[in-house]
Design a protein. Sequence first.
Length: 204
Amino acid sequence: MAHLWIAEATQTNRLGSFLGDFVKGKDLDAIPPEIRIGIKLHRLVDGYTDRHPILQDLRPLFPSHLQRYRGICLDLFWDYCLSQQWNALHSQPKALWIRKNYTTLQTEMGRFETSTPALPGMAQAKFVLRRLIEYDWLSSYHGIDNIRIALERIGQRLKKSVPLEDSVDVLTTHEDHLQACFAELFNDTLTFSKQSVADLTDHP
């Protein structure tokens, strides 16, 4: 959800923002420039948030068996926080915004498939997009129980299964603090993203 918000705020391609989790490697020349910029911005944002001091400050909150996975857990926590704070941050009703993004992603994916050679990671991207829309994952981020389910599924898909759902105890115990951390991190990330887009536009 946060990456799609950033794409909107920076007027960059939504599909590129989505594909940033799936298209790997540095050779993106076969991808249209506007989608390429979205993919690169997604990568830059992930790197920025992973290095942000807040991530280090929150390290002691996580139990030892989840320390190395706290970035994964926090990514979902941040989407939960964004969903909870939506009305204070966006003028458009969340349900309407989500429906528009689903439509945009579907349309852009269709165009991309017909105009671009098949790339590694695209089969998984298409599968995840279908499930994202079918099960309305973006709306589900509003509930803690749904965050728990999502983390459990992610943990099961890791090379060695990890009970990431245990991290929900961190969210429920420290929610007020995490909500405040998210507000600071999100503001910093938006500023970083807008600065980065100018560079990416000059060198797509």
